[in-house]
Ligand binder design. Structure first.
Ligand code: ZN
Length: 116
């Protein structure tokens, strides 16, 4: 498990330079309560409010509300989910694809049917 580090937050802020504040919304990993976490740069570091953010794998963010974080700051029972998607005509877990196909998978966009 990996707690979000200040370096990683700075990287994310750099990647999202059009934003002044990073925000995550979702349910708390432990109690499922609606949780909104923000991270904003300040002169003396980064202020995190609303809860805590974990990144157990790259670009996969897990939230904990303040109450649950105080009870137990460790992210427990996190299980990476298996993602299946189509690759050259048959279904296979994405993490078993070869590197080139996995890179191509990251470039795929979701079909948005709201755009006509
Ligand atoms: Zn909670």
């Amino acid at each position: 498990m990996s707690m979000m580090t200040v370096e990683r937050l700075h990287d994310l802020l750099d990647e999202n330079s059009e934003k002044d504040v990073l925000g995550w919304a979702g349910s708390c990993h432990d109690c499922q309560k609606e949780t909104n976490v923000t991270a904003s740069p300040e002169t003396e570091g980064i202020r995190i409010e609303g809860g805590s953010v974990y990144e157990p794998e790259n670009n996969k963010f897990i939230l904990k509300c303040d109450d649950c974080f105080q009870k137990d700051p460790v992210l427990r029972n996190f299980q990476q989910c298996e993602v299946y998607s189509r690759v050259v005509g048959y279904l296979r877990p994405v993490n078993q694809w070869n590197d080139a196909k996995q890179a191509e998978f990251k470039d795929r966009a979701l079909f948005d049917d709201s755009v006509s």
